[in-house]
Design a protein around this ligand. Sequence first.
Ligand code: ZN
Length: 270
Amino acid sequence: MIFRLLSAITAACLAFAGTAHAQGKAELLWYSQAAFKLTTPGGKVIMIDPWIMGATKIPPELKDLGKIGKVDLVLVTHGHGDHLGDAMEIAKTNNVPMWAPAGLNQWLATLGMMPANLVPRMNKGGTIEPFPGVKITMVHAEHSSEMILKDPATGKNTSYPAGEPVGFIIQLENGFKIYHMGDTGLFGDMKLIGEYYKPDLLLVPIGGHYVMDPKDAAYAAKELIKPKMAWPMHYASNPFLRGTPAEFKAALGQTSIQVIDAEPGTKKTF
Ligand SMILES: [Zn+2]
């Protein structure tokens, strides 16, 4: 009898915990640029390219690392400041691994800027399963990766190599697949990535100059990757990133791809 009562209480508690995010669904909060907070259907929190405190287009109420809450994993696509951002701080505060290109993490460990256990190495083509049912694969991105850090010996800002830039395919517990492209130009193997991984949601840079412009991004989505949904990112945060979601939609033309034209700070469930 007591056992039954305890079971009922446990079940009720679990049900309550499940309401923190829409049950059985993933939740995605866009900070700005390439920064997202992903809550998986199982309740795990993954921060991707968390550039927050220095970000230019982020809603002021989100500019607070203390408001992020618990984080279970951090992903970084490359070493540029608008992607590496606050990742190290978040990983250390939560004592959770920060997965980034192997060469980036190697430098952070070598310089003593991150504890080695929080900067494990993986590389393009590799897949990790950090939580049951959640699989994360590193894929190619056509970009560069260096990082500017204060040299611990001289105290001067120094540019370090940071491995090769990557994107991530994130498969959730319910089978939903997100392709975070990182920063990238257009490349032919996007077709291979689309065919092989079949992402449902594409997080796609559209700003131009450093990454694809709206026309490139529309071609990538419509002709190569063919996701169900596309969420434009990495635009308007500096004067060079001129591409707009309106141009992206115009370049897509007639399509079954649902475009999520959102302001920074928008939260969506999938
Ligand atoms: Zn970059």
